[in-house]
Design a protein. Sequence first.
Length: 434
Amino acid sequence: MTVPANGFSSQTNSANPRIAPEEIAVGVVIGRASEYFDFFVYAIASVLVFPQVFFPFASALDGMLYSFVIFSFAFLARPLGTVTFMAIQQRFGREAKLTAALFLLGTSTACMAFLPTYGDMGMAAIAFLAVLRFGQGIALGGSWDGLPSLLALSAPQNKRGWYAMLGQLGAPTGFIIAAGLFSFLLANLAKEDFLTWGWRYPFYVAFAINVVALFARLRLVSTKEYARLLEERELQPTDVGELLKTQGRNVVIGALAALASYALFHLVTVFPLSWISLYSERSVSEFLVIQIAGAFIAAACIVASGWIADRVGRRRTLGTLAIMIGVFSGFVPLLLQGGDTGQTTFILLGFALLGLSYGQAAGAVTANFESRFRYSGAALTSDLAWLVGAAFAPLVALGLSANFGLAYVSLYLLSGAAGSLAALSLNRALEIKD
């Protein structure tokens, strides 16, 4: 059988099975979609459920802020999960690592469906919620399977932007399903029923999706051909201390390069939902429908980002989008205070910018890593990007807007755009120097 220049064939035979980039792409999309569904189920519940169920003793605003504090725990835990589970992979293999990580993720998510409320157990209920959220973060860090890096390296040279965006489609897919579930429950249940038992249903669904995703990903990562491809491209765990010592600047630059996109991520999903819940008479269920429409736009823009990046380059694409996000940040107060029309415009335009930028945000500068550090470097870069750009975005944005006004949310988003531009410029300067 003739093998293409990129080392792959879409055909398979028993003597020499080959994994095509398209097959890797399917594994990436399934894995990311399941993780993002988990992510958004918790995120939406942090706004619509947890302030009332776990923090009834606080004001509506303070309850939301407390909920966002616990929301951030998963991002704090992700780097720890990455390091821990890479050690497990080195000792027991990638199948054991992925199975354990997704089992922990599914267990943490499913247990949330059975959590007692503050009325049942007081502060112990909040402690359980915090522990399970931390467990989700550990598991998300541990679920790194190397598929995105392998896909990027396996893609044809002139289609790397296209393949890079495929895994990013998991974000709008997960949001659409999660927001759709919550919108349906809100529209069809009495408020008391929703807060008593209705909100638990999406967590059951998340557990079921995790099980399906686990088997879909194991089917790929357990093959000998997948192991061979990882070894050929040196996509294996490496010592974290050595990584940070020799590749630390690439980790930092890689995380900051996508800062604008990750900051915008929560400012069009979680934050506006909290703002509407607290300060608007608008139906939350209907607002979720608007956000779902925005997620479809984001998905289309993610696809478009692949076509654009292959023609003008990923760095130029990210830089241009960072500038556009900076301009967009100036209109945040006007749009969110502009009634239904302004809020809808904010959501749809924000999701469009998010799709275009987020489509190329993953691994923006991972090519800078030496090949033997790329597997661990890509994982830690992603962890740091989420931690710096997104972990505290809902908490900071809501706190600033409630106490000082929406103009400060503009400044917060603008700082993310400036950080991205600075990192991209620094990366370019380092490349020229090297």
